[in-house]
Design a protein around this ligand. Sequence first.
Ligand SMILES: [Zn+2]
Length: 372
Amino acid sequence: MAHFEKLSQLKDLRGKTAHNGWQPVYDVSVKTDIAIHHSLTKEGDSYSFANYHVHTNGWHEIAYAFVILKDGTIEWNHDLGVLSYHVGNSNKFAVGICLVGDFRSEKPTEAQKRSLKQLVDCLKKDMPNYKRTRGHNEFPGYSWKACPEFDYRAVCSGEKEFASVPASGASTHTIQQGDTFWSIANENEGLSVDDLKKLNPSVDPSKLKIGEKIKIKETASKPAPKPASNGDMKTTSIVTYLKSIGVDSSFNYRAKLAAKYGISRYKGTAPQNISLLSKMRGGSKSAAPKTATPKKSSSPVKGKIKIIGVNSAAIVMDKPDRNSSKNIGTIKKNATVNISGSVKGKNNPRGYWEVIYDGKRGYVSGQFGRKV
Ligand SMILES: [Zn+2]
């Protein structure tokens, strides 16, 4: 009996969901990879996915060997050697696991994460030629695919998942084709190649894998700014004080300052703010190198464009390259939006507008905006 068959939350649905003939079966020794997917649906199970795959896509059987429901139930659909359709040319050697959910907008449940880790741990023993576990978008030809959209590596390694993205900007970056530490540093204001190396000690910069998530903020230890002038020495508000010395007064930045000045677990409480204020005014010597000037997270507004020449909305990309960028949102036709400039970028003779979208920098193809 295989290890995974002993999992108590396993439900054997082999042959019980919709099928029209059968997919080919090989010996389990052909399987070297585990592929992680999300279903891109808020609901569903093997029955509904099988109906879709068989009756709409015209396949013989459901795509995924395993489906993990939100309550942690693991539905078992295929013997491990079955070739089913889920990662194109890699189908033959990859076993597919799909977690129910649309992880672009929600997160896997704790029960799902637990089941995924247990299942992968078992499969590593049950696949004699096991090599690696990858997200769907890390398989050849799928770097464009928004799947599985959660940090399965952290889940499978049992680490705590990276903190979610604060409003001030992403804390992780998903490696895309052509990315280097240098290009990532360039795209993220205030981030250097050295910062990236420190943030990602286990990542080899010369072997970045497409789809791999790396940290770009989170634990960034930006030096705390030393007050350049005395600032407002009367106020009892840390925010007022920071403004008076020209420093970012957002919660996120204050939290970083607090850490720098030795205030742990900063939550913005009144005593913490007073303590931070007095430490900063006292110019705690251990704190800051002189050079630091905090960077503002948003780019300066240099004008506005109106969205034109699209059917309904223009896509906002994370970098000025329409072939390898990730979509971070859309702006409706005829809307006007602030820009911080325009750039040449790649793969578009018309260049790109550097727009300020949701407080962040994004790019819109040049032909879809007219300066107003
Ligand atoms: Zn997928």
